[in-house]
Design a protein around this ligand. Structure first.
Ligand SMILES: Cc1cc2nc3c(=O)[nH]c(=O)nc-3n(C[C@H](O)[C@H](O)[C@H](O)COP(=O)(O)O)c2cc1C
Length: 352
């Protein structure tokens, strides 16, 4: 991949700690229209750890050999760890691009002066892009947040232009401020403005809950691509629904079927997808990488915690899922829960 706009599908998954792992990507792939291509993230990877971790057994860096267009996300600000991480991720692990995190607002990232802190120092942020580029044979992107109120859009443009000059190949903008974390509304106008003023591809992120939202974002902002996190994890078939709207062929696994459309159809699909996700987690984490059952179970419970809010009785699913002590318990409990008809809401407040 030379740049992200070479790939033909206008929707991608967001990097999310604890969620964007091998098994979630595998589930998503089942719903990708045939012949559609997009890039795939990892959870953010600390550049101080990547150089010494076993990339084949660390849960965050597990990958399947058939995966392609993987763009792992790194967190860091020092040349040596970035250099070592990039070289390993590209040469040993098979990254097709490297994404730099400039949006993480958690205390630990602020303390070490990376994540969203980098947005406070434009020259330093540009330097991080420059050193990443210097050591990378694949494209380098940056995922950013909004800088503040509408008045600061010019500031954002100046900031991004410096990253472009330093070699960034594309930018993902999540236009919520660090203070907003993941709540409140995302200011899509900042995506529009950025797209107008910079020449590299722009991916817009934030507030996407349905396939119609994807189309809305692309048409109102002019973004090259949309990125969705929480809602796409909850309804991975959004990839298929969007494909139907854009006249892509059906996903291979669902030939001659229609994408779930009603609240009841989506509720039933959530149940089927969750059972499949449990199987994938068991195979990818426990059987293939020797991850313990309790860690694997916690990953699935975290997935339910993030996504249950779209289900009308999601809180009941949460209560049921938290009782499970093994994956088999969980399968039985989830199976029973979805024997009753469940409905999925189109929207939720996105507070999780
Ligand atoms: C549980 C969770 C973990 C996240 N971890 C990361 C991360 O590692 N790197 C990153 O750039 N953004 C991270 N984010 C932010 C998402 O990538 C995305 O920007 C945000 O959720 C807004 O998109 P959405 O409204 O479609 O979910 C995380 C979000 C969630 C919900």
């Amino acid at each position: 991949m030379r740049n992200v706009n070479e790939l033909n599908y206008p929707l991608c998954l967001a990097p999310m700690v604890g969620l964007t792992h091998v098994s979630l990507r595998r589930l998503m792939n089942d719903y990708m229209p045939k012949n559609a291509t997009t890039h795939w993230p990892t959870e953010m990877l600390n550049s101080r750890r990547v150089p010494r971790e076993n990339l084949k057994t660390t849960p965050e860096t597990l990958r399947r050999s058939e995966e392609n267009n993987l763009v792992p996300q790194i967190l860091g600000n020092e040349e040596i760890p970035i250099e070592k991480s990039v070289i390993r991720l590209v040469n040993e692990w098979g990254a097709s691009g490297i994404d730099i995190n400039m949006g993480c607002p958690v205390q630990k990232a602020l303390k070490h002066n990376y994540g969203v802190s980098l947005m406070g120092d434009v020259d330093y942020a540009a330097k991080v892009v420059e050193i990443t580029k210097k050591h990378s044979t694949v494209p380098v992107s940056v995922k950013l947040r909004a800088v503040g109120s509408e008045k600061s859009v010019p500031e954002l443009i100046v900031f991004v232009q410096k990253l472009v000059d330093a070699g960034a190949d594309w930018i993902t903008l999540h236009p919520r401020t660090a203070e907003q974390k993941r709540r409140g509304s995302a200011d899509w106008n900042q995506i529009t403005e950025l797209k107008k003023h910079v020449s590299i591809p722009i991916i817009g992120n934030g507030d996407i809950q349905t396939a119609d939202d994807v189309i809305q974002m692309l048409t109102t902002t002019g973004a090259d691509k949309a990125m969705a996190g929480r809602a796409l994890a909850a309804r991975p078939w959004m990839l298929w629904q969007l494909g139907e709207k854009l006249n892509f062929e059906n996903p291979i696994a669902f030939e001659n079927q229609k994408a779930p459309a009603t609240a009841e159809e989506e509720g039933a699909e959530y149940g089927r997808a969750l059972l499949k996700f449990i199987d994938y987690c068991e195979e990818d984490f426990m059987l293939n990488a020797g991850v313990s059952e309790s860690v694997t179970l916690r990953k699935i419970q975290f997935f339910i915690k993030t996504t249950h809010v779209w289900l009308e009785f999601g809180h009941a699913l949460m209560a049921v899922a938290s009782r499970a002590k093994t994956l088999n318990d969980l399968r039985v409990l989830v199976g029973q829960f979805f024997q009753q008809q469940q409905r999925m809401n189109l929207r939720t407040e996105l507070r999780q």
